[in-house]
Design a protein around this ligand. Sequence first.
Ligand code: R5P
Length: 295
Amino acid sequence: LRLFSGSANIGLATEVARYLGMDLGPMIRKRFADGELYVQIQESIRGCDVYLIQPCCNPVNDNLMELLIMIDACRRASARQITAVIPYYSYARADRKTAGRESISAKLVANLVTQAGANRVLAMDLHSAQIQGYFDIPLDHVYGSPVILDYLLQKELEDFVVVSPDVGGVARARAFAKKLNDAPLAIIDKRRQAHNVAEVMNVIGDVKGKNAILVDDMIDTAGTLLEGARLLKKEGAKKIYACATHAVFSGPAISRLSSDVFEEVIVTNTIPVPLDNYFPQLKVLSVANLLGETI
Ligand code: R5P
């Protein structure tokens, strides 16, 4: 077994390697003057089971391309089996056509990863479960929720309700609530007018006087969670905990999440959070052991 990391999240890959009791394999990554990427595996991997760790986070296209080049390099070096470990799968929100003449980019990414030469994929918290079916190679889909649930359970919170910030996230939030001792569930009916602009309408369920745990798969600009949290406060919720596996954190996310409406913002390290993006309520949990165990 050989483990290599792309440049997207070397910290996480190093932790996974430590968990597995091995080192990351040597690899050269370079960029040509015109921006093209170059990768060379620095040891023989002929006949090996190779795991390539690369979340396709910002810069999304560079990280995706680097992953494809790594897969191609391993295939051409006669690896026996290539597993693309993609802790954050980008373009996942474009998982269907919602209007004419759109791309289903999530499927395109699946095609690219497969055609580059991956034999298997290990992904975490795909935005929608049907993306598993976009692959004709085996895909293991693991969830960051056990790590977040363990952390929340240690807090021994009382009188809380799990809240889905939109209708699309109900199954995720329901599964989360079930594992939190069958906690009650509330749903925010969110309507969007444009990409990355959240418009909150109303809460379905009882949140008055309760601590609310908002559960989402990703925090991008944090508009969804901030609007959701404000609405929950208006409806009489007490402390608000925001939880998500993927800390995409684009644009105004950090200033929005620093709002005192949040008691705590709990994410995982599928995407690295730069030190200067930390704020007092932020808690970053590691999924390295989970990934290591799955590998
Ligand atoms: C939407 O369907 C997703 O599950 C997230 O709620 C959304 O992508 C978060 O985006 P933002 O943080 O920009 O509101």
